[in-house]
Design a protein around this ligand. Structure first.
Ligand SMILES: Nc1ncnc2c1ncn2[C@@H]1O[C@H](COP(=O)(O)OP(=O)(O)OP(=O)(O)O)[C@@H](O)[C@H]1O
Ligand SMILES: [Mg+2]
Length: 268
C-alpha cells in the first residue's frame, strides 16, 4: 500500500488552549493507480487529513494526538524534516485550491518551477528549463517561453491553476494530493483543468482528491470516503457502486442533493 492513514486524529489548539478535534480516528488507504475522493461538508476535516499526509499543517496550532501516516512504509509524522523535504514535491505532489497562496508573487512563474526542479533533481539548468517549458505547454499555457517570464498576478485564475498543476505533477510524484483543485475556477475552466489532471498524472501514481463537489468525484475517483465532523462515516472501494447505493443516511443525502443540483443546472 502506498499510503496508509492509520487511526489518525488531528486537533488544533487555539491561543486560549482550547482544543478542536478536526480529524478523529481516521483510517484510509490508497494504492498506486487509485484515485481516492474525500467528500464532505465544509469543516468536516478533509483538508486537515490531506494536508497532514504531506505534514503541511502549521504545528502549532495543529497537533497529532494519535495515529500514523505511512507513506511507502515510512512514518510521515515522525520523519526528520530533511527527509520530509526530499519527499514533498518529488514523491508527493500537492495541488492547492488557491494558487496565489502557494505561488510567490515576487518571482516569475518559470523561475519558481525551475527552483522546484533544481531542488529535487540533479540535472543541468538547461534540462530543467526544458522540462519546465515542456510542462507549461502540457498544461495548456500558450507560448510557454513568454509566459514563463510572467509573474503570477499577470495570469488569469485558470492559468495560475494550470501552473500549480504543472508544479504538482512535473516531477512525476507517486502521490498527488489535490485539495479542491478546481473550486476557485469558473465552471467551463473546471472541466478543462480536471481533464488535464486526469490526463497528466502518471498512470501508476495515486491521487488523493479532496472536494465537496460530488460531480468532480464521480468523474475522477475510483474509491471514496465521506467525512463528517472529523470522522470518516463511509468508505467505498468502488466509487461507481457508492453512487448507485450510498449506505449511510448522510451520504444518501449528499448524493440526492448532488442529483438535484445537477438536474436544476442542466440546460433546457
Ligand atoms: N489553522 C486552524 N486552526 C484552528 N482550527 C482549524 C484550522 N484549520 C482548520 N481548523 C478547523 O478544523 C476543522 C476542519 O477543518 P478543515 O479545513 O479540515 O475542513 P474541510 O473539510 O477541509 O472544509 P472546507 O470544505 O471548508 O475546506 C474545522 O472545525 C476548522 O474550523
Ligand atoms: Mg478544505
Amino acid at each position: 500500500m502506498l499510503l496508509e492513514i492509520d487511526d489518525l486524529s488531528v486537533s488544533y489548539r487555539n491561543d486560549e488552549g482550547e482544543v478542536n478535534p478536526a480529524a478523529v480516528d481516521v483510517t484510509l488507504s490508497l494504492d498506486r493507480g487509485q484515485v481516492l475522493g474525500i467528500v464532505g461538508e465544509s469543516g468536516s476535516g478533509k483538508s486537515t487529513v490531506s494536508m497532514s499526509v504531506a505534514r503541511l499543517l502549521p504545528s502549532p496550532p495543529a497537533f497529532y494526538p494519535k495515529g500514523r501516516i505511512l507513506f511507502d512504509g515510512e512514518d510521515v509524522l515522525s520523519m526528520p524534516l530533511e527527509r520530509l523535504r526530499q519527499i514533498r514535491g518529488r514523491r508527493i505532489g500537492v495541488i492547492f485550491q488557491d494558487p496565489m497562496g502557494s505561488l510567490s508573487p515576487l518571482h516569475r512563474i518559470g523561475d519558481q518551477l525551475m527552483e522546484t526542479v533544481m531542488l529535487h533533481e540533479d540535472m543541468p539548468k538547461r534540462a530543467a528549463r526544458d522540462l519546465v517549458l515542456e510542462w507549461l505547454g502540457k498544461v495548456g499555457i500558450p507560448d510557454p517561453v513568454v509566459r514563463a517570464r510572467a509573474y503570477p498576478h499577470e495570469l488569469s485564475g485558470g492559468m495560475q491553476q494550470r501552473v500549480m498543476i504543472a508544479m504538482g505533477l512535473m516531477l512525476g510524484p507517486d502521490l498527488v494530493i489535490a485539495d479542491e483543485p478546481t473550486t476557485a475556477l469558473d465552471v467551463t475552466i473546471q472541466a478543462q483543468v480536471l481533464r488535464l489532471m486526469r490526463e497528466l498524472h502518471r498512470a501508476n501514481s495515486a491521487v488523493l482528491l479532496i472536494t465537496h463537489d460530488l460531480g468532480v468525484v464521480s468523474q475522477m475517483a475510483t474509491k471514496l470516503a465521506v467525512m463528517k465532523d472529523g470522522r470518516v462515516i463511509e468508505t467505498a472501494e468502488n466509487a461507481a457502486a457508492f453512487f448507485a447505493a450510498p449506505k449511510h443516511p448522510y451520504s444518501q443525502g449528499l448524493v440526492r442533493e448532488a442529483r438535484r443540483m445537477e438536474l436544476s443546472t442542466e440546460p433546457k
